[in-house]
Design a protein around this ligand. Structure first.
Ligand SMILES: [Zn+2]
Ligand SMILES: [Zn+2]
Length: 369
């Protein structure tokens, strides 16, 4: 256990009362055992130190004794008890606002739901099934077969805490036998096998707004696990996963479509009927002279959210015919003869190449495979 209280609170030796309070508040929030379920033991120890440091430095008299004589000086004070300092209730006093969150609550439930882009486009009502823990009806959540099977914990005599001597003061810790409840169960409930809860399946309808983003988490208060009537149930968190669509890609409120078209349609123009969302068929016009990856923006055809419409963006991908026969090849050759002068970009490119050829006199010819 660290004894430099200034260091624990991360304040200077001449910190004001206000600075000390602020530092404590920040650290206490960070290390509160309720907020550190994974490493609660470690957090609890550190939390105790923070508590002790604040108890001493926030009290003018104690602080001045500590400054002059250190911890030993405090210990020498009549009626001074370190145990009081490690009392958690101290924390509750200073955080009236945070105290509510400190209350025991049922556990939360997380549910993943998978939605298609079609469902996201128009919004959807989904039914989900959750498995809620509710207090066992047989034992009323106690986990004991009968009320007589609940006994006072012999280790802590019902106090829920045990004291261990550490160095020159006594530490109060949660009782390892009863985990702080002060009670032990001699015969477990045969229905829940001592867990105190049963699992109830529940169906819920969830309304998904159109345009919702992937990874959105919806919170439904009090739809989590139930401990008892005394405490609030936990919450239900619904995590939205959007399935990838093989055709349409979503980016924000916009929908992207890579539309494969033939080289002929690209040259002379064409039409494509596109089965779209919400049972619409879109007639996409391929303009004459379309180049590869040209974009066509259809304003307002994207997703709708909060009155804002995204766009549908069509990206034309040009494909050449595959495995043509001799006749087709012949036709293409004569076509090519007729259209040789119709490629301004290619023409421009080769005129640059010609200039480079002229500059090179003695060259070595390399054949690249
Ligand atoms: Zn039970
Ligand atoms: Zn106990």
């Amino acid at each position: 256990m660290e004894n430099d209280y200034y260091k624990i609170l991360n304040v200077s030796k001449n910190a004001t009362k206000d600075e000390i309070k602020k530092a404590f508040r920040k650290l206490a929030m960070q290390y509160h055992p309720d907020r550190n379920p994974d490493k609660s033991r470690e957090a609890e120890e550190h939390f105790k130190e923070i508590n002790a440091a604040y108890a001493i430095l926030s009290d003018d008299e104690k602080r001045s004794i500590y400054d002059r004589y250190g911890v030993e000086g405090l210990k020498a004070q009549p009626g001074f008890n370190f145990e009081d300092i490690f009392n958690f209730s101290f924390f509750e006093d200073i955080f009236s606002g945070f105290a509510g969150q400190h209350q025991r609550k049922g556990g939360d439930i997380n549910v993943n739901i998978e939605l298609t882009l079609d469902e996201i486009f128009s919004g959807v009502e989904k039914e989900i099934e959750i498995k809620r823990q509710i207090p066992c009806a047989h034992c009323n959540g106690t986990g004991a077969e009968t009320a007589d099977d609940i006994k006072t914990c012999p280790t802590c005599h019902g106090r829920g805490k045990v004291q261990t001597k550490q160095f020159f003061f006594t530490l109060s810790q949660t009782c390892p036998s009863c985990h702080g409840t002060g009670k032990i169960i001699t015969k477990k409930c045969h229905v829940c096998r001592g867990s105190g809860y049963e699992v109830k399946k529940e169906k819920l309808k969830i309304n998904i707004e159109p345009g919702v983003e992937n990874g959105t988490v919806l919170q439904m208060q009090n739809k989590g696990h139930v401990i008892s009537n005394e405490y609030l149930p936990g919450d239900l968190y619904i995590i939205i996963n959007i399935k990838e669509d093989p055709v349409f890609k979503r980016n924000g409120m916009n929908i992207f479509l890579e539309l494969p078209i033939s080289v002929v349609d690209a040259i002379i123009g064409g039409k494509v009927e596109l089965p779209y969302f919400e049972k619409q068929i879109l007639n996409i016009k391929i303009p004459k002279n379309t180049q590869n990856e040209d974009l066509l923006k259809l304003r307002g055809y994207g997703l709708l959210r909060n009155g804002y419409h995204g766009d549908l963006i069509v990206i034309f991908k040009i494909f050449t015919p595959q495995k043509i026969n001799k006749t087709q090849e012949k036709l293409l050759k004569s076509f090519h003869k007729l259209t040789k002068d119709k490629y301004p970009i290619i023409k421009n490119f080769f005129s640059h190449l010609k200039k480079r050829f002229k500059k090179i006199r003695n060259y070595s010819l390399r054949t690249l495979i």
